[in-house]
Design a protein around this ligand. Structure first.
Ligand code: GLN
Length: 191
């Protein structure tokens, strides 16, 4: 199984490191041809408008969307990656994949707490809470039918999934707890 990490902008090298620690073969994705044969793709945190601009420039939106919709590629979007995956970005008309029926609010926690950490109960993962690092994070304002909420913080969903798409508001690649990545890998392997 090879998992790609979109390597245009943002925290991609940390995701590659975590996957390597889990003994997963990885590939940096910068162009459409790098998607060939991948079982999964992680879209990292960063800045979603910049990420969207670069994905448009390198013509990555259509092939990724097509592979996900045909059930050929599992997607994991973290933070800005969650914004890119969403069907709606509240107040912004920015390029996105629209592969998971959620409305997300950017920079949802405001300036005064623009970065913070929290312990999240994630029943689907089990065990001790997941330590989540939020950096100018979005949260999920609306989930459509067929989207399962996996974790909430302060009454807002911050982690959710469908059969092929996993999203998280936070940065699981910035801690040494690899359970969220393991969960993504297990979701792919179970298919
Ligand atoms: N605030 C960023 C955005 O709106 C996301 C921040 C992040 O990915 N850590 O795109």
């Amino acid at each position: 199984m090879v998992i790609g990490v979109l390597a245009l902008q943002g925290a991609f090298s940390e995701h590659l490191d975590v996957l390597a620690k889990l003994n997963i073969e990885t590939r940096k994705v910068k162009k459409p041809e790098h998607l060939e044969g991948l079982a999964g793709l992680i879209i990292p945190g960063g800045e979603s408008t910049t990420l969207g601009r670069l994905m448009t420039k390198y013509e990555l939106f259509d092939p990724i969307k097509d592979l996900v919709q045909r059930g050929r590629l599992a997607l994991f979007g973290t933070c800005a990656g969650m914004i890119i995956a969403a069907s709606e970005v509240v107040g912004y008309d920015q390029p996105r994949l629209g592969v998971i029926d959620i409305a997300v609010r950017r920079n949802a926690y405001g300036r005064q707490i623009d970065s913070f950490e929290a312990d999240l109960e994630v029943p689907a993962i089990g065990g001790p809470p997941v330590r989540a690092v939020f950096i100018r994070a979005p949260y999920i304002e609306m989930v459509g039918p067929g989207v399962e909420v996996l974790a909430e913080h302060d009454g807002h969903p911050v982690m959710a999934r469908t059969e092929r798409v996993l999203v998280a508001s936070f940065h699981p690649e910035l801690t040494t707890d690899y359970r969220v990545h393991e969960y993504f890998v297990q979701q792919i392997a179970g298919k």
